[in-house]
Design a protein around this ligand. Sequence first.
Ligand code: COS
Length: 380
Amino acid sequence: MPYNVDPKQQAVRDEAKAFAEKHINPISVEWDQKPEPRPFPHDLYRKFGEAGFLGYNVPTEHGGKGKSNLEYITLIEELCYYDPAFGLLDAVGELASYPIVYFANDDQKKKYLPDLISGKKVCAFVLTEPNAGSDAANVSTVAEDKGDHYLVNGDKIFIMHGDVADVAVLFTKIKDKPKMSALIVETNQPGWKKRTLKNKMGMRAATTGGIIIKDVKVPKENLLGDIGKGFRYAMMTLDGARIGVAAQSVGLAQRALDESIAYSKKRIAFGAPIAKLQAIQWMIADMSTQLEASRLMCYKAAQLQDAGERFSLAAAQAKLYCSEVAGFCVNKAMQIHGGYGYIGEFSIIEKLYRDQRVLEIYEGTSEIQRLVIAANVIGR
Ligand code: COS
């Protein structure tokens, strides 16, 4: 990797590389190509937990590794260099338990975090609904106060790991209360019907679920934080997750660039390696330049978060720019590789092309990032 802001990042890169070479590279293609219904890679997930990768930036008092956000996003960048879907698998584990780390009470932290950080249990961040995606505050899931418990009904979709999660951070309205709230739900109940969504274009090793919630009882003590603060908790979680998507994008784009450079040096056309052709050189120059800019934006956002500064704007800018640069890079990588990029048996480019597309969609589309950026720079 050509650029490090912080010497500690190199240690993270070395740690991620050793992990990826041992545990990810041997199974990467197999997991992308598994037939439906696609299983969840529980074994690898547990290995993430054993390595401390599911609580990398979680404070040590909560059982995490206590690394900085900059180190954490470097980990995600590096895992995504080897396989974006497995990098995402790890990032979703961190994202989903973030609200418990930062907004739960001590009893809830003690009860849930050890199993989530060790990878024994899987957690999902359950926000999106068929009619509440970008308009996230518009959820129609409702929790009714029944004295000692809430009775919840609703419909959720596009939930990363929602098809397997043992624990859910569920965003819901509470009947007769304004605004959204959040509950911690143990999903092993008959009314919690989860399924794996099929025919996903990319990021296949990290599965996506749909959930129908029918008369699910949630004990009152599982209210997360304060009633009515759910939207705020969701947005604060997504601010950090957006830097994670920026890091996924940087790792994926770096791989597309490295593959393109290597291929252009060995592919002979018109009697010489295509790296000698100016058309190819310009594509690689543009990929490299935009990638460096996106890497700097990603690290800047993480450093602001580490410094305790406001970082919503920097996170939205990084998510928007890095994901679109990743799109530019996979497109150029495909052009450079030609048929050897388009057909998956010859290179990883076909997989990177599919894995990249969702980076511009999840954790807030590019259009939502532009709204957040405009609200910050113009004012509301
Ligand atoms: N951190 C803390 N609080 C935040 C916040 C943030 N980043 N963003 C908004 N809030 C708070 C606001 O301060 C406001 O609080 P009050 O009600 O106390 O005044 C409240 O949340 C509403 O804010 P705002 O009016 O800006 O929200 P909007 O309804 O206009 O929605 C968008 C803002 C569209 C940007 C938001 O809904 C969004 O990000 N949508 C995309 C959701 C998403 O990323 N989904 C992906 C799936 S999740 S994996």
